[in-house]
Ligand binder design. Structure first.
Ligand code: NAD
Length: 398
């Protein structure tokens, strides 16, 4: 068995807390499935600015390139908010994405059955379930276009530009079509082609690529309409493909309707052979950092995506996803997904949630030898409920 190198980038705020909890789950999955992982812990974000003066030290990118995947917590915080743009912690994210050539960002939004009450939509809509993936273009568009400031007749002006090439749109469209092919064969492409020239090129290109995927039903939506339809009929969506800016906004909306931003994982992928990067979609949550309040499930589910998409271990990925479902079905909740109902036990912290998911990974092992080991160790710790084994209610696919 060869050792797999993972670049671990905890970052700032709740980043190190959710990464620690996730590491425990990965350790459990590795133990159960005989996977040999080694971690290179790397600096990025505010912590890197403090240590080196740069949000993304060269050594971080160089080491990340040598690893099979990158698992990132979150970066940023008020402490670094007054720095000029090129020195802000968020530049680390853009630098990693462009430095690793990660052009496709996959954000599954799944309403897990036990969390239906955390969905802010009408219960009749929540009851229909949500299981979609947003595919966001990640290395082009407005976030990478020409920008600047100049003086104009109305005083100082600022501008950002959106540019998309046919190549960029075509490769992200193919990711969307391929993904839809493995799911319900429905793809919605989101643009603003009624106003923006870059969107018109987007739509023409998606339409041309569609000719190679006659088995996938394609729908186009303007972004304003897409934002409405996500609220009105979220169960109708399967795969959505869109630009960097629109994907950023719509995936936060999708996060909220699935309960909490603390639940949504993501994968960023580039050309075959390059390391993928996996991270929760939330930020560093300075308001709850250091308080053991953060929900680690988005990061744990990101690690599951890493196991499936970069490490070729769908068995271990499915076990982690199943463990998350089992723990949620047993009533365990962090504060952000706790609906305050008296039927639920009190909310648990980040560490405890991670510990319970790790235990559920081991408890799901049909091999009695490892089950005994895991039960003994959890009994010794003596905390937490035993997660009952019950049927799947949520579905998670990537
Ligand atoms: P945020 O996602 O950090 O927080 C938004 C709200 O969601 C907060 O109330 C927070 O407490 C809550 N929240 C977020 N993650 C949670 C979790 N796992 N469990 C429970 N609650 C959670 O967004 P923000 O407040 O806009 O940004 C804070 C900092 O994070 C900023 O510096 C921002 O630039 C940075 N940021 C980083 C990333 C990233 O690293 N990928 C993404 C977004 C924002």
């Amino acid at each position: 068995m060869s050792r797999i190198r993972i670049a671990l980038v905890p970052g700032d705020g709740i980043g190190p807390e959710v990464i620690n909890a996730t590491r425990g789950v990965l350790d459990a999955a590795c133990r159960r499935f005989g996977i040999d992982l080694s971690y290179d812990e790397l600096l990025a974000g505010g912590i890197a600015i403090d240590a080196t003066g740069s949000p993304l030290p060269e050594a971080t990118l160089a080491t990340a390139r040598q690893c099979q995947a990158v698992l990132l917590g979150a970066v940023g915080g008020p402490r670094w908010d007054t720095l000029p743009g090129h020195l802000r912690p968020e530049r680390a994210l853009l630098g990693l994405r462009s430095g690793l050539g990660l052009y496709a960002n996959l954000r599954p939004a799944v309403l897990h059955g036990p969390l239906a009450s955390a969905c802010p939509l009408h219960p009749a809509i929540a009851a229909r379930g949500i299981d979609m993936v947003i595919v966001r273009e990640l290395t082009g568009g407005l976030y990478f276009g020409e920008r600047g400031r100049k003086n104009g007749p109305g005083g100082e002006e600022a501008f950002d530009t959106e540019t998309y090439s046919v190549l960029e749109v075509e490769r992200i469209a193919r990711v969307g079509f391929e993904l839809a092919r493995g799911r319900k064969r429905r793809l919605v492409s989101v643009d603003k082609a009624n106003v923006l020239e870059s969107s018109r090129l987007w739509r023409e290109t998606v339409l041309r690529v569609a000719a190679d995927y006659p088995d996938v039903a394609l729908e186009h939506l303007y972004v304003d309409n897409a934002a409405m339809q996500l609220i009105r009929r979220p169960d109708d969506f399967d795969v959505m493909v869109t630009s960097n800016l629109f994907g950023d906004i719509l995936s936060d909306e999708a996060a909220m309707i699935t309960g909490s931003i603390g639940m949504l994982p993501s994968a960023s992928l580039g050309a075959p052979g390059t390391p993928g990067m996996y991270e929760p979609i939330h930020g560093s949550a300075p308001d709850i950092a250091g308080q053991d309040k953060a929900n680690p499930l988005a990061t744990i589910l990101s690690a599951a995506m890493m196991l499936r998409l970069s490490l070729g271990r769908p068995d271990a990925a499915a076990a982690v996803e199943e463990a998350v479902r089992t723990v949620l079905e047993s009533g365990v909740r962090t504060l952000d997904i706790h609906d305050r109902s008296p039927e639920l036990p009190p909310a648990v912290g980040t560490r405890e949630m991670g510990r319970l998911v790790a235990r559920a990974v081991l408890d799901g092992d049909p091999d009695p030898a490892s089950r005994t080991t895991s039960r003994t160790s959890s009994a010794r710790k003596g905390k937490g409920r035993t997660a009952p084994k019950s049927g799947r209610t949520g579905r998670s696919r990537s």
